[in-house]
Design a protein around this ligand. Structure first.
Ligand code: UD1
Length: 362
């Protein structure tokens, strides 16, 4: 194989969930180049993760930074197109549902470069989420759709996407967890630093625009965290995404003492925090998967999920106090069920095998 695969990432979760794919490509000697849009650029969201996971730093940085959706997506398209022009990749591989994912897939398809979409087929059916729009469009224009589950495949078939383009691989988040949990337990001192014990705290995160960009919504988020601290009788540890931190300050929202604000924590610390939490409260997609895999009861502070596979141990409570309280009562009375519906940890190998078969003569 002479031509290279171009992997385009831009945010923290893309880097984490593509790490196993990069390792698998390397193992099979499939040449690839890593392009980073720098949609995420803060140390905690980017650089530290690559370092801790011993990943190669990106070959090409696009330095797009933050901005409104149109401007950010446009900037990535413009810059990544130039790279594709020069390197003429055999295939472009993207992950998930961010603005980087959409921009790279669109730029590639217009240059007639085939696109592989990892974590294809997820649907929340909530069209107010930018991610829902991104993932639908990327699925529509991709040639290889690597779906994590049968549910995700069904979503695509319902939208008229040919079955022959879909490959059920499991989710690379499972591979990532298996590859990283032991390193995390060895390297992270987040529990000691914050004097935390196993099941001695609630872990909470919030970063979705619908939860944190509006003052009254962010006040409700804090209220849910505060009430859960009272009900569960444990403090809330709240590692804060930069976007949320900025808005808490901007709106001058007071955070009660039972909620311990931390800055953004790196991925390994986050894995340890999830693993030892009595309960996880979050609006993150990745955390829904990770809490499920680490067998922690979870409440999703959104009104929908694109990850129905986790619902046996994931209660969708929105910002509704009553629903949150009932969910906690439920978790205490019933033993949650954690299955293997997200895969076995061989998603990256399966993806790589498909790519190898398709590209070996190019
Ligand atoms: C993006 C993804 C979201 C993903 C999340 C993971 C889209 C539409 N959304 O959301 O799907 O779950 O990443 O974190 O692509 N900021 C920093 N430092 C950074 C990056 C961002 O301070 O390195 C701040 C800036 O104020 C910025 C804000 O966070 O405006 C939002 O960042 P952005 O990348 O636009 O979206 P996320 O909320 O991170």
């Amino acid at each position: 194989m002479k031509k290279r695969v171009a992997i385009v990432i831009g945010t923290r979760p893309e880097l984490i969930k593509m790490a196993p794919v990069m390792r698998a490509l390397k193992k099979r000697d499939i040449p690839f180049i890593l392009i980073h849009s720098n949609q995420h650029y803060s140390k905690e969201l980017d650089e530290n993760i690559a370092k801790n996971l011993k990943l190669k730093t990106a070959d090409i940085h696009l330095h797009v930074g933050s901005g409104p959706h149109g401007a950010q997506t446009g900037r990535i398209m413009e810059r990544v197109e130039q790279v594709f022009h020069k390197m003429k990749p055999a295939l472009v591989l993207v992950h998930g549902d961010t603005n980087t994912t959409l921009a790279a897939a669109l730029a590639a398809v217009k240059l007639h470069i085939p696109v592989g979409h990892v974590e294809a087929g997820l649907r929340s059916f909530d069209y107010s989420m930018p991610e829902e729009i991104n993932r639908m469009l990327v699925d529509r224009i991709s040639d290889f759709l690597f779906v994590p589950s049968v549910v995700a495949q069904k979503n695509l078939l319902k939208e008229g996407i040919q079955k022959s383009k879909t490959y059920i691989t499991g989710n690379t988040v499972v591979d990532a967890l298996l590859q990283h949990t032991t390193i995390a337990e060895k390297q992270s001192s987040v529990l000691q630093k914050n004097k935390l014990e196993h099941e001695g705290y609630i872990l909470a995160t919030a970063h979705r625009p619908e939860n944190v960009d509006d003052k009254s919504q962010l006040v409700r988020v804090i209220r849910v965290f505060r009430e859960m601290a009272i009900q569960v009788k444990k403090p809330v540890i709240f590692p804060c995404h930069p976007r949320t931190l900025l808005n808490l300050r901007k709106f001058k929202i007071a955070v009660p003492k039972t909620i311990h604000l931390l800055g953004p924590v790196d991925y390994l610390d986050m894995l340890v925090l999830i693993r030892h939490a009595a309960l996880v409260l979050s609006d993150s997609g990745g955390l829904q998967e990770e809490a499920y895999l680490l067998k922690r009861p979870l409440m999703t502070i959104r009104t929908s999920t694109e990850r129905p596979e986790t619902l046996s141990a994931n209660k969708i409570v929105g910002l509704d106090l009553k629903k949150a309280k009932n969910a906690w009562i439920f978790f205490q009375k019933h033993k949650a069920v954690w299955g293997q519906s997200l895969g076995k940890g061989d998603a990256a190998e399966k993806i790589t095998e498909v790519l190898w078969q398709k590209l070996k003569n190019k």
